[in-house]
Design a protein around this ligand. Structure first.
Ligand SMILES: NC(=O)c1ccc[n+]([C@@H]2O[C@H](COP(=O)([O-])OP(=O)(O)OC[C@H]3O[C@@H](n4cnc5c(N)ncnc54)[C@H](OP(=O)(O)O)[C@@H]3O)[C@@H](O)[C@H]2O)c1
Length: 327
């Protein structure tokens, strides 16, 4: 049977690749996407997809989006933003999507992209971490706190319903169509000629601290493949860690994205994070520093064995594919 799939956030870094994977899937007959910006699916050559402008904070718009869907894929989220604005959209908007999906008669499956950040940056996290560990979040990082809160809301709202709930927990997503990691490096915002001069002269490259925390990356096409599998599979619902093979260092990321890696003691990252956690006001962007203090390397065996998901790109290959777009 041809599935009808509703997608929030189809215009984002993951959304574009997710729609492409759903367009290519033989079991998917129709896709309806919703986000706030104007967008024309025909310009991308998509034939199964229609698009409507709408805000997940508008419950009527969300009700209308999910009413005719067999599967709801929830991607809409504010990743980089202020603590207050992101909380408003991510908590209230996500609750709208979950509640509307439970209330609607037709949807039988909900796919939600959570994040590795939902686990939180706790020193007692096992390495690698499996889906058996509850997503506790870290209150000092707004994104981690909100991702854990959304998973808790999901469990509460869908409890007792017959919905099949798939929660995907990707690590940082990169690739030519997911440039957010490169964009977050300020030197990549320099005009092309200036950037090329700094790249040619190593001493001009901006220093980038590496406290030795290992890092996982995943290519956007591999996350998209996981979403398409979750939307269509007979595999058991539940949470699935999603990451490319291999771990990288912050130095690998710095080298690839045009910085000069500088090794710093792990204790420096931990101490900085602990001091920041006690400060009364920290700009939301700086809260991302907490993510560097603890390894949250995920075990992806469950996604491989139960979902049948196999990433095509290693972490290193995913990083190279991003680096190729900025040099
Ligand atoms: N990128 C990563 O590294 C990564 C890693 C792990 C998990 N994730 C998760 O994967 C999901 C998708 O991430 P992404 O990288 O694709 O994010 P993104 O590039 O920032 O895209 C966010 C999407 O959400 C939409 N959106 C934001 N606010 C909205 C609102 N109020 N109403 C409707 N749509 C709204 C945006 O479109 P408009 O702005 O046009 O509304 C856009 O389509 C998020 O839940 C994110 O937390 C991402």
């Amino acid at each position: 049977m041809a599935l009808s799939v509703a997608v929030t956030g189809p215009t984002g870094d993951i959304g574009i690749s997710a729609i492409e994977a759903l367009e290519d899937h033989p079991d998917v007959g129709r896709i309806v996407g919703m986000a706030r910006r104007p967008f024309d699916p025909a310009e991308r050559g998509w034939t199964k997809t229609t698009y409507r402008q709408g805000d997940i904070l508008d419950r009527d718009a969300v009700d209308a989006l999910v009413a005719d869907a067999d599967v709801v894929v929830h991607l809409a989220f504010i990743i980089m933003g202020s603590r207050d604005e992101s909380a408003r959209i991510n908590l209230a908007g996500t609750r709208n999507v979950f509640e509307a999906t439970v209330a609607a008669k037709r949807p039988r499956r909900l796919v939600y992209t959570s994040s590795v950040a939902a686990y939180g940056y706790h020193s007692d996290n096992p390495v690698p971490i499996t889906e058996d560990v509850p997503p506790r979040g870290s209150s000092e990082h707004y994104y981690s706190e909100q991702k854990a809160a959304c998973e808790a809301a999901l469990a509460e709202i869908t409890s007792g319903s017959s919905l099949e709930v798939f929660v995907l927990r990707p690590c940082i997503v990169v690739g030519p169509k997911a440039p957010a990691l490169a964009d977050a490096m300020p030197w990549n915002q320099l005009p092309g000629p200036v950037r090329r001069v700094t790249q040619a002269l190593p001493l001009l490259k901006p220093p980038f601290p590496d406290p030795g925390t290992p890092l996982q990356l995943v290519h956007h096409d591999d996350v998209a493949a996981a979403i398409a599998i979750a939307a269509t599979t007979n595999a058991p619902p539940g949470a699935y860690n999603i990451a490319g093979d291999g771990v990288l260092s912050m130095s690998d990321v710095a080298d690839a994205l045009g910085a000069r890696p500088v090794r710093v003691p792990r204790m420096a990252a931990v101490a900085t994070s602990e001091v920041m956690a006690r400060l009364p006001f920290v700009p939301s962007a700086l809260e991302w520093l907490h993510a560097g203090r603890t390894s949250v390397v995920m075990d992806t065996s469950k996604a491989r064995q139960q979902l049948g998901w196999t990433p095509r790109y290693t972490a290193a290959e995913a990083l190279s594919s991003l680096a190729a777009t900025i040099h």
